[in-house]
Design a protein around this ligand. Sequence first.
Ligand SMILES: *Cc1c(COP(=O)(O)O)cnc(C)c1O
Length: 382
Amino acid sequence: MKFATKVIHAGIEPDPATGAIMTPIYQTSTYAQEAPGKNKGYEYARTKNPTRSVLEKNLAALENGKDAICFASGLAAMDAILRLLKPGDEVLASNDLYGGSYRLMRTIFEPYGIQSHFVDMDDPKQFKKHISRGKTKLVWIETPTNPMLSIIDIKSICKIAKANDLLVCVDNTFSSPYLQNPLDLGADLVLHSATKYLGGHSDAILGAVVAKTKKLADRLHYIQNAVGAVPGPQDCFLILRGIKTLHLRVERACKNAKKIAKFLQSHPKVGKVYYPGFKDHPNHKIAKAQMRDFGGMVSFDLANDEYEEAKKVLTNTHLFTLAESLGGVESLIGHPASMTHASIPKPERLKVGLTDSLIRLSVGVEDVDDLIEDLDKAFQNL
Ligand SMILES: *Cc1c(COP(=O)(O)O)cnc(C)c1O
């Protein structure tokens, strides 16, 4: 089945009871049993819910995985993955991570004895040196990275990780399964904040892990039930509904982002523009090889790199709304240093180029001429 068919059909059947085309929202906490232990496969909704099961089947198909496991948020999904580790185990993570992922590793898991190291993965050969035999157990990759949009070579990192018996998880939130499928490139697990592109309408928080093997999936289902950070059926429904147009939305967002990146590059008030679709982007060739297109995210800083200048842009756009998050149909503008990445110390963020005036755009599916005019007007105040 091709991708555009999978988003609409994979794992989804008309409701057996009524023929309803849309997966019903099974708003129930428990299920009637005919006799003790005799049931229709559902006992209690923390363990299993039919709306959630359909979403899990659909997501597994989109990422070419064995199974998917859904959680109340992207971070709850990540929490479950980190629970695969034991005290003494270590994580090697790419050093330009979503702020919340960094916070979870640093402030929640480190006190339990699971240490994370944040390293540059742009060069797979350099990455190899950071593996600590017997200690490193999990490699955590985010690509394109947030907000610098650098690209990590998933295939090469997985090859090194496999040679050292390490699990690899790719946070695929920025690409969505339409642009990139990490399991096909050698990863074991894929994480999604379905809150973003999968849902696509900024109306629900939900997370998912897609596992390559049944063994990993079974363990994660166990954690899902034992820890209990499950999503409600209404949110599962909203994500399922959003996924039906994933390919159309992402295609348009990519097209718009390409035009906006070019506009920014030619603007005298703009400093550096970060966009993997540029031929002179350091890992453009890898992006081209592992992604279907270059995504809907563009970051840039200002020629005059000052927070006050950035603030003028951030408060003077009208179509780009100042807000956290990304991946919705509407365009958003954000300031990583004070918003999504505020929990990362300044010297660490400067190391990766995350300057005071850096602005991140999540380009939506509006008419691109209107979006460019909106930015152009905001720059007139500088
Ligand atoms: C938003 C986001 C998360 C966290 O997901 P939530 O659904 O907000 O918990 C993780 N990784 C990336 C790349 C994100 O953008």
